[in-house]
Design a protein. Structure first.
Lengths: 87, 629
């Protein structure tokens, strides 16, 4: 795993902790919605808003749609953030 | 912290992490005190949602002292995020949201079907959270002016029929107007072309505003959209993906705006703006810099900013907000600025209560509330000095204390965006109220010098008028029902619809009283609602309240005499009244005893029931009010 992705993951963990109000929450590239308590569709919107603000990115409609498909992972999210940042 | 710094009610940046610690440690007292202070319109979406989560935890830990209000939130979008934020803002005013939501996009069916969940829920407030997408009609390019006007009329007729259908519920409707989208297919021509969509929306908004009866409050989301910027407001991604009505960032302010309307309807709005002087109304310190040295008026940016703030405050005063001064100054020196400085927008006449001395401000705020006869929770305190703000927040937690920016250029926005002074209507009494409060203080001065009470009351030359509440006085009567806290025997907050029903019912007496004296016209100052039970030959007093401006004028004796006349005209034998204690109405605890009633029931919670037997033995009470010819 490259250091840019690691860096995003650690920032992302801070965002997750804030959105889910859980200071001990740990995430990995393999984490999915089913692993995190309370990650429902409402929380998902909150999460996206917090991520966009934290990373200064704006996801495209296609990105948003791809996140909602089941089985998508935090790794996928990190990829989207990295791609948005590189634009 | 991601709080927009000047839209909070706290100076403590560590309060959010502290809340977390307190929640873990179940530090109940600190939480109940600190939590509401965090909730301001400047919260970002993520923090606001975090606080809402914590509010849930807080409510599980302690029984917050909140009054419950049933609100149905119907819209053609996902209403839950808005509902959560509304819950958060209402909690800051100690109101607990009892929420009803309908399935996505079914608000018309809910209203038109009398068997729907909405009717079972029986809300006090029905929010119709619409957007421009809910407009059923659109202009066609080929439409001429008349065709467009017909479409506007029939559009508004649809909404009016929805409003009428809810009359079975008797609730207050909060109806959004329509926010114009940022794009304009006709470009600059949109403002002129008869068939343009934005012009159509503008016309529909005007028409709807004019058509709204008193039970409908129009919530101006078009203004919200415009003030945030239309491109910012309507983030289309969130509509397409999450069916949110606007960009989530602005949902926070949207909810704050709705909450302010509910507070106003519940009579929880603020009444009085208390202002510091030095570096709040002008630049510099009058005691040090003198009349020529303070910065106010034209010439330099700082002076102009203070002048602009004064003009804004004067605008608030003109629409009925009471102004008070609370300053650490020598009174004569402070007053001289108002009397003599040519560039002051505010004059001594505009200030209903002027307190300048060297006592601490917490004590002075208590005096101001007492002199104006209003609660501390009706005050907003504006002071540039962070130390003063901090002390007041600690010692007078009921008083609203907004954070103020250092730059006076932002004073207006720092105050305005809290929506403290939301009014549901502006009546002529509002416009004159500040005058009343000043005259009331002149009366107090007379009172303290008059030889005896009778001489004083006679000297006032009181002229009263008792009448059945009519269409012309309904609005003001309802306003009084919602605002009066001290002289209010049952504190039942009847709405316009309920009072209208009483006015229409032969069994009910719905009376209002107006009063003049030699200092001026007090306007409509008391309301009494009573129901006759002919079988029991009894008149039951449901509601009796009076504006605190006219206490101790003999109005209660005057009203009782009339009530007895009216009861006897209906061949009733007795009056029955109830006193329900609240935190504020201790003033009338012994009212009925003083008026000659007999106590017939006394409950553990302090509620008492009283009876007055009519007939030959009853003697009219003495007062000094002449009936208006």
């Amino acid at each position: 795993m490259d250091s840019a992705r690691e860096h995003i993951q650690s920032e992302l963990e801070t965002v997750f902790r804030r959105v889910f109000d859980d200071d001990e929450l740990l995430i990995s590239e393999a984490t999915t919605a089913t692993n995190v308590g309370g990650w429902d569709s409402m929380a998902h919107v909150n999460l996206i808003i917090a991520i966009e603000k934290r990373f200064g990115v704006s996801f495209s409609g296609a990105d948003l749609a791809s996140m909602r498909r089941s089985g998508q992972t935090v790794g996928h999210l990190i990829g989207l953030i990295a791609a948005s940042q590189n634009q | 912290m991601e709080i927009e710094r000047f839209l909070t009610n706290t100076d403590d940046p560590d309060l959010i992490p502290q809340i977390k610690v307190d929640l873990k440690a179940a530090n109940v007292e600190a939480l109940a005190k600190d939590f509401p202070r965090l909730i301001g319109p400047g919260l970002d979406y993520t923090t606001a949602n975090l606080l809402h989560r914590q509010l849930g935890q807080l409510r599980r830990q302690i029984e917050l002292k909140e009054r419950r209000t049933k609100v149905a939130l119907l819209g053609s979008f996902t209403t839950k995020p808005l509902a959560n934020l509304l819950d958060l803002f209402l909690s800051a005013g100690r109101v607990r949201l009892d929420l009803y939501e309908a399935d996505y996009g079914t608000f018309r069916q809910e209203i038109l079907d009398a068997d729907s969940g909405l009717y079972r829920f029986q809300p006090e407030f029905l929010i119709l959270a619409t957007t421009w997408r809910d407009l059923g009609r659109r202009p066609d390019m080929s439409d001429d002016r008349h065709a467009v006007e017909r479409k506007v009329k029939s559009e508004v007729a649809d909404w009016k029929s929805l409003w009428r259908a809810t009359r079975r519920l008797g609730c207050q409707i909060i109806q959004n107007n329509f926010d114009a989208p940022p794009w304009r297919v006709l470009g600059n021509l949109e403002s002129r072309h008869p068939a343009s969509f934005s012009r159509f929306i503008e016309m529909a908004n005007h028409e709807m505003q004019d058509a709204a009866p008193p039970y409908v409050t129009i919530h101006d989301i078009d203004h919200l959209a415009a003030s945030w910027g239309r491109w910012q407001w309507g983030d289309e991604r969130y509509y397409f993906h999450a069916k949110l009505p606007c960009s989530p960032a602005h949902l926070v302010d949207y909810a704050h705006s709705l909450a302010s309307l509910i507070f106003a309807q519940l009579g929880l709005g603020k009444k009085c703006l208390v202002l510091d002087l030095d570096n709040t109304l002008w630049g510099g310190v009058i005691g040090d810099d003198g009349l020529g040295g303070i910065r106010i008026g034209q010439g330099d940016p700082e002076s102009e900013a203070f002048a602009a703030f004064q003009r804004y405050v004067l605008g608030l005063q003109r629409r009925g907000v009471i102004l008070a001064v609370c300053s650490k100054n020598t009174e004569s020196i402070a007053k001289e600025v108002f009397e003599k400085h040519p560039e002051m927008a505010l004059r001594l006449d505009d200030i209903s209560c002027f307190v300048a001395n060297w006592d601490d401000k917490a004590t002075n705020l208590g005096r101001i509330a007492e002199r104006l006869n209003i609660g501390l929770d009706s005050l907003v305190f504006v002071d540039d000095n962070p130390a003063e703000r901090s002390i007041i927040r600690r010692l007078r937690p009921e008083v609203a204390v907004p954070e103020m920016p250092q730059d006076p250029a932002y004073f207006v926005s720092a105050l305005e965006r809290h929506r403290y002074f939301q009014a549901t209507t502006i009546s002529s009494e509002d416009l004159e109220r500040t005058g009343f409060y000043r005259a009331a203080q002149a009366r107090q001065a007379v009172e303290s010098t008059a030889e005896d009470l009778e001489g004083f009351l006679r000297s006032l030359e009181l002229v009263g008028h008792i009448a059945a509440i009519s269409a012309a006085t309904l609005e003001r009567s309802v306003q009084l029902i919602h605002r009066s806290n001290q002289f209010n025997v049952t504190t039942r907050r009847h709405g316009a619809t309920e009072v209208q029903a009483m006015m229409d019912s032969p069994a009910w007496l719905a009376l209002s009283v107006s009063l003049k004296d030699r200092f001026g016209d007090n306007g409509l100052i008391a309301v009494l609602l009573a129901q006759a039970d002919t079988a029991a030959r009894t008149l039951f007093i449901d509601t009796w309240l009076m504006s605190c401006r006219v206490l101790k004028r003999g109005v209660e004796q005057y009203m009782l005499n009339r009530l007895v006349e009216l009861a006897e005209a209906r061949e009733l034998d007795r009056l029955v009244a109830t006193y329900i204690p609240t935190a504020k109405n201790g003033l009338v605890r012994d009212l009925f005893a003083e008026l000659g009633f007999t106590c017939i029931d006394r409950q553990n919670d302090g509620q008492t029931r009283w009876e007055l037997a009519l007939g030959a033995r009853w003697q009219p009470l003495t007062h000094f009010i002449t009936e208006q010819p």
